[in-house]
Design a protein around this ligand. Structure first.
Ligand code: XIL
Length: 300
């Protein structure tokens, strides 16, 4: 195969990217994105602040722009994200307690209702666990509504769109030995044991010198999969862009049948949220394929 999407499809997987609606007029960007990728995540356009800027008033203009571009070009869409401490609109940041809990439920219903039947997988809850050695939850306004907020979000999501896979998504849960990874693993195990609806775990996989790729990544993927959920690599970028590390990530996913796809978090280095100078993606700023691109294509 000669593109990432086609190469991933050889094993029944997908290869995706984050798409920014503001770049859909850049033909150099859309040419690469359309040619190489078969799954799309809106980089910001389906987040809480974008979709519900005022309480109860939903706006899907930018989200639909990304969604329509993807579907018109034959791609599937991952939904990102419904319940998160970050990129909350001001009105939500100001809420607490039962009114925030109800606002979260209403938000999930509003956004999932709009996209009902159209989304491959939703990141229902994003980044709910703390960094460091606690292995526990991150403090946030959502967490302070009660420890059950995550399962309430998942139960709400299942009812809102039974066709979508429901994912828990986070960063720094790649290294199997880290407390944060174990915390999320224990939550997923508990959810499966108690029948809380969860279908997938998203490993964001933002790798840098502080949270580097580790060879136990495959163990992490295998361990989550063994709980009975799919694993998706959802926001892959590798600072410095090591071709070897990219190949390792692909090989680790391919080693686990329930690792169903990989998405990178942007098209060209110049599109990266980390800044072009971190060179974390598969295409350089001129749209040329990097060594990391060839390593990924060959590994798929
Ligand atoms: C980032 C976007 O790439 C930026 O454009 C935005 O300013 C901040 O959010 N984890 C996530 C993504 O789940 O939503 C984040 O995306 C990157 C980290």
């Amino acid at each position: 195969a000669s593109t990432l999407g086609a190469a991933a499809a050889q094993s029944g997987r997908y290869f995706g990217t984050a798409i920014a609606s503001g770049k859909l007029g850049d033909s150099a960007y859309t040419t690469i994105a359309n040619r190489e990728f078969d799954m799309v995540t809106a980089e910001n356009e389906m987040k809480i602040d974008a979709t519900e800027p005022n309480r109860g008033q939903f706006n899907f203009t930018a989200g639909d722009r990304v969604y329509n571009w993807a579907v018109q070009n034959g791609k599937r869409v991952r939904g990102h994200t419904l319940a998160w401490h970050s990129q909350q609109p001001g009105w939500m940041q100001a809420l607490s307690g039962s009114s925030l809990r109800q606002a979260m439920i209403n938000h999930i219903n509003g956004v999932m209702g709009h996209y009902k039947g159209k989304i491959y997988a939703w990141d229902v809850v994003n980044e709910a666990y703390a960094d460091g050695n606690s292995g526990g939850r991150r403090d946030s306004n959502l967490q302070r509504t009660g420890n059950d907020w995550i399962e309430v979000a998942f139960r709400t999501a299942r009812a809102a769109d039974p066709a979508a896979k429901l994912c828990y998504n986070d960063y720094n849960i790649d290294n199997w030995t880290w407390a944060k990874t174990q915390g999320v693993y224990n939550m997923v195990r508990d959810f499966k044991a108690r029948g809380v609806p969860i279908d997938c775990v998203g490993l964001q996989s933002h790798f840098n010198s502080n949270s580097a790729y580790n060879s136990n990544y495959r163990t992490t993927i295998q361990s989550f999969a063994a709980l009975g959920v799919d694993v998706q690599i959802t926001e892959l970028d590798i600072q410095g862009g090591s071709a070897t590390t990219y190949a390792n990530v692909v090989n680790d996913c391919l080693a686990v049948p329930r690792c169903t796809g990989i998405s990178v978090w942007g098209v060209r280095d110049s599109d990266s949220w980390l800044g072009a100078n971190t060179t974390p993606l598969l295409f350089d700023g001129n749209g040329n394929k990097k060594a990391a691109y060839t390593a990924v294509l060959n590994a798929l």
